[in-house]
Write a protein that binds this ligand. Structure first.
Ligand code: NAP
Ligand code: MG
Length: 401
């Protein structure tokens, strides 16, 4: 069989620890035998980030802007322990944070659903994709612990010195206050990323805030979404047969629980933090969750939602067998290849990626899986495979399809 040819390279961002081990096996077993793989390779492993003073992360983000599609392996975000472990010059920033800032993106996460590992919410037949606004609100706040009696005010001072004031509270004893912000620019980018992604995957978009209580702050989110929808997306949504729908956050939560899935749920920063953990754990495992960063200009970066699986890596280093789940990393590759195929009009590449996804799911449905899934499945007579053999089993399924 001739290998599938690519036109534009993928930006390949290699990473750390156990996921770096899986990365190579996935490429060798599942991609390179079938695709004449073209990538522009960036080693985001912590050692190389340190050697290049983290320039490699910035370069990889720039390359993503240039080519449009990247696939990223999980990477270590350094902390004090990693400073010693890797003898770091500095406590380098989170690569995901750097890339997100460069691409001004929104992160979309969706569970990978498979028969035999059922969501706790029985009516969720199709995945719910969570879109989390990744800027501002309580994540960039100012807080004061009020010591005692006094007046708290919100003050905005314009460039020309004029002030806008609003009393928060007249304290007659100790308490707390908090100041949060967001910008119209960031909210607009978030809105466009959500509308573009909904058109891309042809699913309805839900958005919810608490605008009845927060009549200026949350209302501003609602208005920006609605104005952008009406002026730029309404016609496109109607043509695609999908819907944009706004409601209150508590109503959204109630509806999500009764819904059958298959839509995108856009959330403000805090709501997204909380709700994405709820959706992923209701679907079984963090190792069954895809993640894609989409910029308002239509640039895509695919990755797994989990980290580098450090505990398994240390076992691997000791020569012990591991059973690490590679599904989300396989889906990062298929997501990126599929997108490259769509952008470059290579239907064979799109078909390849879809077939590889099916092969991965069928392998699990046939009872062959890694230990994390074996613990939660209702499939009987499960065969627990090690990290490498699971990937080889996927290849065998693919070759039989
Ligand atoms: P983690 O790598 O997500 O792993 C936490 C635990 O979840 C694992 O110990 C394992 O549980 C389970 N798990 C996660 N992925 C799995 C998989 N593919 N297969 C089987 N089990 C899986 O989180 P962490 O240990 O907190 O973080 C490790 C490193 O990853 C940190 O340096 C962190 O900075 C980095 N990180 C990177 C990203 C990213 O690049 N996107 C995201 C998060 C964290 P058991 O041990 O019980 O088997
Ligand atoms: Mg969280």
């Amino acid at each position: 069989m001739a290998k599938i040819q690519m036109k534009t390279p993928l930006v390949e961002m290699d990473g750390d620890e156990m996921t770096r081990i899986l990365w190579k096996i996935i490429k060798d077993e599942l991609i390179i035998p079938y695709v004449d793989l073209k990538t522009e390779y960036y080693d985001l492993g912590l050692k190389h980030r340190n050697d290049t003073n983290d320039q490699v992360t910035i370069d990889s983000a720039e390359a993503t802007k240039k080519y449009g599609v990247a696939v990223k392996c999980a990477t270590i975000t350094p902390n004090a322990a990693r400073m010693d472990e890797y003898d770091l010059k500095e406590m380098w920033k989170s690569p995901n944070g750097t890339i997100r800032a460069a691409l001004d993106g929104t992160v979309f996460r969706a569970p990978i659903q498979v028969k035999g590992i059922e969501p706790c919410v029985k009516n969720w037949k199709a995945p719910i994709t969570l879109a989390r606004h990744a800027y501002g609100d309580v994540y960039k706040n100012a807080e004061i612990k009020v010591p005692g009696k006094g007046k708290a005010e919100l003050v905005f001072t314009a460039e020309d010195g004029t002030e806008i004031r609003e009393v928060i509270h007249e304290f007659d004893g100790p308490g707390i206050i908090q100041g949060i912000h967001n910008t119209d620019k960031s909210i607009s980018s978030f809105a466009r990323a959500c509308f573009n992604y909904a058109l891309d995957i042809k699913q309805d978009l839900w958005f919810a805030t608490k605008d009845t209580i927060s009549k200026k702050y949350d209302h501003n989110f609602k208005d920006i979404f609605q104005n952008i929808y009406d002026s730029e997306y309404k016609d496109k949504f109607e043509a695609a047969g999908i819907e944009y729908f706004y409601t209150l956050i508590d109503d959204a939560v109630a509806r999500v629980m009764k819904a059958d899935g298959g839509f995108i749920w856009a959330c403000k920063n805090y709501d997204g933090d909380v709700m994405s953990d709820m959706v992923s754990s209701a679907c079984g495992s963090l190792a069954m969750m895809t993640s894609v960063l989409v910029s308002p200009s239509g640039v895509y970066e695919y990755e797994a939602a989990h980290g580098t699986v450090q505990r398994h890596y240390y076992k691997h280093l000791k020569g012990e067998e591991t059973s690490t789940n590679s599904v989300a990393t396989i889906f990062a590759w298929t997501g990126a290849l599929k997108k490259r195929g769509e952008l470059d009009s290579i239907p064979e590449l799109v078909e390849f990626a879809e077939k590889l996804e099916k092969a991965t799911l069928s392998t699990i449905e046939s009872g062959k899986m890694t230990g994390d899934l074996a613990r939660i499945t209702d499939i009987e007579n499960v065969e627990v495979l090690n990290s490498e053999n699971f990937i080889k089993a996927v290849r065998a399924t693919y070759d039989q399809m």
